[in-house]
Design a protein. Structure first.
Length: 191
């Protein structure tokens, strides 16, 4: 029961004090769940991030669900997910009920401009940490550079291509390369 309460309070704190969505929450989830509480390993965090990005739903909620499931199966997943969602839901509900023109208030509009900059920095920080922890093999780096170049060109030339197409393409290429390498390995040891 203590672990369930701990899961709820941990993810409620992350959901309450992190602005900017899932990518901005990744560094905090990593710091708490990997470094501080050691609920998951660094490799699991990297895998969670990749899987959570490629599955439906917000990345932070998917991460909370995975960590909760790893610790306490279905009930843990439910409690961690509710903990992540509840603070944001309550805040947005209160704002929608109390203020009709919330962002028209000058000081709030300026505060959100500052938050946008901070969120960009948090996302950049998460990307840099993931790059530093990436496998030292050349193939993941080639995929990363190709995806970065493709996204940059897509943005520069305002082409409408979903990032999902890039992820599926990278997955397909990786699968093909795996299948090509696999027979070569079998043939090399005499089997």
């Amino acid at each position: 029961m203590n672990l369930l309460l701990n899961l709820f309070l941990t993810f409620a704190k992350i959901g309450l004090f992190t602005f900017g969505g899932g990518y901005a929450m990744i560094p905090l989830i990593e710091k708490i769940c990997v470094e501080k509480k050691q609920w998951i390993t660094q490799d699991e965090m990297m895998n969670i991030t990749v899987i959570a990005e490629s599955t439906p739903g917000p990345i932070a909620i998917n991460c909370a669900t995975f960590v909760g499931f790893k610790k306490k199966k279905f009930l843990g997943a439910l409690i961690a997910t509710v903990g992540m969602v509840l603070p944001s839901f309550c805040i947005i509900f209160a704002i929608s009920k109390l203020l009709d023109h919330f962002l028209e208030i000058t000081w709030i509009a300026h505060a959100f401009q500052g938050i946008k900059i901070a969120v960009g920095i948090l996302i950049l920080d998460a990307a840099i940490k993931m790059l530093q922890k990436m496998q030292k093999k050349p193939m993941p780096k080639v995929f990363m550079l190709c995806a970065f170049a493709a996204m940059l060109l897509i943005n520069i030339f305002s082409v409408r291509i979903s990032s999902i197409i890039l992820m599926l393409t990278a997955g397909l290429i990786s699968l093909i390369l795996f299948m090509v390498k696999k027979p070569a390995v079998k043939g090399g040891d005499g089997k």
